[in-house]
Design a protein around this ligand. Structure first.
Ligand SMILES: Cc1cc2nc3c(=O)[nH]c(=O)nc-3n(C[C@H](O)[C@H](O)[C@H](O)COP(=O)(O)O)c2cc1C
Length: 231
């Protein structure tokens, strides 16, 4: 715990405008309860907040029993922003060499669904700003994140794949998209498709599961056949 607090002070003194506190922790002890894990998150945050005056964002795990409750309690403990979500290390098994190996797998576009879902649910319900991370690969993904309610979208995998210049093309595509759709700024988009503001809030919940299944089309159909509703 000491390290978090000391580094936070050093970072502020070095001139940072804000701090992202990545609580990268994969609890594996069966004796450790969920409540204890949650208490630890809150304790780390409180201690860091007590040492710095700059805004503190918390990058958190998607694995809480009730993410919305945890988000609310992190806000009460002083979080100025939440970064959704940490993408935890998941080792692979090499079945020939019989080894458990770290192997970096960059995110796919599907990874965006998890932060999109929770940002959409949390937007307008908690006072913290929200940042989306995982699966933001292009300008359309940035628009999705903003519409769900993100104030910020973060990009790593796409830059590793395409190089740093990809940022320029995302920015250009975003500007074009906003102009084509007659938005004056990104803030006009923010939260427009959150659970609170979207046309059908129930789409954010699992009660739509049967409906979701009905929208599934086998991948070998062409786009036109899918649109016509062939199954
Ligand atoms: C090579 C690599 C290094 C990373 N290092 C960090 C890190 O030091 N701290 C952190 O919070 N996240 C780190 N991440 C996670 C990213 O910040 C991000 O949450 C994750 O890659 C998902 O976003 P993406 O789909 O845009 O890649 C790293 C990711 C990659 C691929």
């Amino acid at each position: 715990m000491g390290g978090w607090v000391e580094y936070a002070q050093d970072i502020q003194q070095a001139g940072a405008d804000a701090l992202e506190l990545n609580i990268y922790w994969i609890p594996t002890d069966p004796e450790l309860s969920g409540a204890e894990v949650e208490a630890q998150y809150l304790e780390i945050l409180k201690q860091v907040k007590a040492q710095v005056t700059i805004p503190v964002a918390v990058k958190l795990s998607p694995f809480f029993s009730n993410t919305a409750n945890m988000a609310k309690r992190l806000c009460e403990a002083g979080a100025d922003a939440l970064v959704l979500f940490n993408r935890f290390y998941q080792p692979d098994i090499d079945i020939e060499a019989l080894e458990v190996r770290p192997q970096l797998l960059l995110s796919t576009p599907q990874a965006l669904r998890l932060p999109l879902h929770w940002i959409g649910i949390l937007y307008g319900r908690i006072p913290a700003d929200l940042a989306a991370t995982s699966g933001i690969h292009n300008a359309q993904d940035v628009v999705r994140g903003l519409m769900a309610g993100a104030a910020v979208t973060q990009i790593v995998a796409a830059l590793l794949r395409h190089g740093i210049d990809h940022l320029r093309s995302i920015e250009r595509d975003l500007e074009n998209w906003l102009a084509e759709h007659e938005y004056a700024s990104v803030s006009q988009l923010r939260g427009t498709m959150s659970q609170q503001n979207c046309p059908d809030p129930s789409q954010f919940e699992r009660v739509q599961y049967m409906k979701t299944l009905q929208t599934y089309h086998p991948f070998w159909l062409t786009h036109e056949e899918n649109v016509k509703g062939h199954v």
